[in-house]
Design a binder for this molecule. Sequence first.
Ligand SMILES: C[S@@+](CC[C@H](N)C(=O)[O-])C[C@H]1O[C@@H](n2cnc3c(N)ncnc32)[C@H](O)[C@@H]1O
Length: 289
Amino acid sequence: MTQHPRPGTDRAPQAAPGTTHRDVVSFVRRGERLTPSRQSSWDRLSGQYVLDPPRGERDTLPGDGARLDVEEVFGRRAELVVEVGSGLGENLVAAATAHPERDHLGVEVYLPGLAQTLSRVERADRPRNLRLLPLDAQRALPAMLPEASISQLWVYFADPWPKARHHKRRLINPPFLDAVLPLLADGAVLRLATDWAQYAHHMRRLLDARPELALLHPSGTRPEGESSDRVPEGLALTGWAPRFEGRVKTSFENKGRAAGRLIWDLAYTRVPRHPVPDGASSSGAPAHA
Ligand SMILES: C[S@@+](CC[C@H](N)C(=O)[O-])C[C@H]1O[C@@H](n2cnc3c(N)ncnc32)[C@H](O)[C@@H]1O
């Protein structure tokens, strides 16, 4: 049986001589071994579904000049939905199947999750409008996609990194927002969900302050009920999104619910950029409703 290419280390690269810079990443890669059934899904489908751009100094980083030409990859021009941290692929595969008119890109660094997604792809009769990018989204997306090219960006149940000393590892932090917000087309939708009230508070503080974004449900209320985790004082009373009907329940959501935590949904729209002067061309966003 073909073995999956051995994943590299996600440890931060050594600082270049004369610098003190070290990357902080939002993920740890453990337990990358595949079960025989996941290995076999990987062997059958990764060639078609998992993009394999040139890599940089780690195998989760794009190499210089790595670009993603979505029209070439999908063979058409359609709305692009990107899910960062697509995990085991529950949402990605369900959405690609329900919306054949859109193209769906899952960005995920966890190899068993990618392989499990492939086995779902197979059970869903191999939708043609789905691909996986096995790279660190924060570094790969801005390097590989043009500005204003994403119609929807989803981040569901990102690792909460609850300890204060780990907050810098949370995905939703200024470096990630600086990397991905320029990629949202005017009117694009950013959807997030978490089962950790403290992370919900952190996200609201950062996202509400971004001039590129506006709340989609400014008067939306908090989810009903008591949460078993600590709900921070000062957590917004309004601005919460209703559960997005296109979001299927994943094992991470179920775990949060089973532990008595509430589910916090957030939704924003990308406010339009300045109007393009007559005669100038716009930045190549796919058409989207
Ligand atoms: C807690 S899981 C949630 C998975 C899925 N969204 C769900 O709701 O079931 C978070 C996932 O995000 C992935 N992840 C974290 N940081 C990432 C990054 N910078 N780029 C790509 N994937 C990332 C992790 O590998 C992990 O699989």
